[in-house]
Design a protein around this ligand. Structure first.
Ligand SMILES: Cc1ncc(COP(=O)(O)O)c(C=O)c1O
Length: 394
């Protein structure tokens, strides 16, 4: 990992301090160049013609994403965001009345709402795995819960949108596999931040987005579905790309993961996501992860020294998402104050509506969220800490 290169590729770092990588990270120049290049090609020769000219580059997006998560290209579907990718997997599962879905307290509301919908429509049951003493999924509790034959799915995020623990996904995957239960992993905040290897994790399905730690464009994401499972899952929606009309009465569905895609998509953004995956791998995801964790721990330690500030992350392994509350200011006030600094500091606010179970359990209604990437620096952390310390004087 080359910090100077990372920062040179991210010119906005001269103007601002971007600690909103869990919202949308700053795209590096190589990603922007691929995308603008494609838009210019579309403008010059036409959208379909540009896609045809870039056919091989578009195929390469699948191999790049596959390489990044140790999957085969045919196990990848390119879908416009993590939520829709997750939906395409979840709603294809043949869940029936009485089937149990196990999730974590850190589950994202965008996934929890579909559980509630299927509880209402089909009578599935939702069970929340309790946490252990570190505030992460209790593996002992999970093992016990998996004894119930009715459990059909384990589904949770590796890292929550409001920080907290990095869940022990390899152990969770091993337990789910041993019980013969499907495991759907929301890796939205994990991909690009930490090494993600679907073979080691043992998840059957994984959803992720492009714009967060992966540093790709907005409006893009992907789904992984294990090859052996793909053909047994019928997508909730089909079109003429995921399926073929054979006769006026018959159709067939593609065998690979692209059965979960739809035909029209943002081609420039798709190429941009592939470029972002290539960029992350070229920089080295493991060294970036080490640096992100180091920076985040440094920020937590420094924040703990600021009077009135409480850091809020649990877990034996923590991510680059640092959450905190301030005694005398709301998270919105913190966000506005930091944004108003001479060198703008971007943090955001995570409210209890995004991760209700976790926030309720910890008696929080909102937290400030500073999410660090490898291109951030100790000097930027210091600037934020000083700005927060200065807020008390205003
Ligand atoms: C843990 C988690 N899952 C899913 C999502 C949804 O991602 P997208 O907005 O790309 O659909 C988010 C977004 O913040 C998230 O943090």
């Amino acid at each position: 990992m080359n910090l100077a290169q990372l920062r040179a590729d991210t010119p906005a770092v001269e103007q601002l301090i971007h600690f909103n990588n869990a919202g949308a990270a700053l795209m590096p120049n190589p990603v922007i160049e691929v995308m603008t290049g494609h838009l210019q090609l579309e403008a010059r020769i036409g959208g379909y013609e540009a896609a045809a000219q870039q056919a091989q580059a578009l195929e390469n997006v699948y191999s790049s994403i596959g390489r990044m998560i140790n999957a085969r290209p045919e196990e990848i579907a390119v879908i416009e965001n993590a939520t829709r990718a997750w939906d395409m997997a979840f709603y294809s599962l043949p869940l029936r009345a009485g089937d149990v879905v196990l999730t974590s307290t850190t589950e994202y509301a965008g996934n929890f709402i579909p559980y509630l919908q299927l509880r209402q429509q089909r009578g599935i049951e939702i069970k929340v795995i309790p946490n252990d003493e570190h505030g992460q999924v209790s593996l002992t509790a999970l093992r016990d819960m998996l004894d119930d034959d009715r459990v059909a799915l384990v589904s949770l995020p590796v890292i929550a949108t409001n920080g907290g623990p990095v869940q022990p996904i390899e152990q969770i995957g091993a337990l789910a596999r041993a019980a013969g239960v499907l495991f759907l992993l929301d890796a939205c905040q994990g991909v690009g931040q930490m090494p993600i290897d679907v073979a080691r994790i043992g998840c059957h399905m994984l959803a992720a987005t492009s714009r967060k730690y992966l540093r790709g464009p907005r409006g893009m994401g992907f789904l992984y579905v294990e090859k052996s499972l793909c053909e047994s899952l019928q997508p909730a929606f089909l079109d003429l790309h995921s399926a073929a009309l054979l006769t006026p009465d018959t159709f067939s569905i593609r065998g690979d993961a692209r059965r979960f895609e739809n035909w029209e998509c943002n081609v420039a953004a798709k190429l941009g996501m592939g470029a972002a995956a290539d960029y992350a791998m070229a920089q080295g995801i493991e060294p970036m992860w080490q640096r992100i964790q180091r920076l985040a721990e440094h920020l937590r330690n420094r924040l703990a020294e600021v009077p009135g500030v409480t850091t809020r992350d649990a877990g034996s392994i923590k991510s680059g998402i640092v959450t905190f509350t301030c005694k005398d200011a709301s998270a919105t006030q913190v966000q506005q104050w930091l944004a108003s600094q001479e060198k703008r500091i971007n943090v955001t606010t995570s409210t209890y509506r995004s991760t209700m179970l976790d926030m309720q359990q910890r008696d929080l209604t909102e937290v400030s969220r500073a999410s660090l990437h490898a291109y951030n620096t100790e000097a930027e952390i210091e600037a934020m800490v000083q700005a927060l310390a200065g807020m008390a004087d205003t």
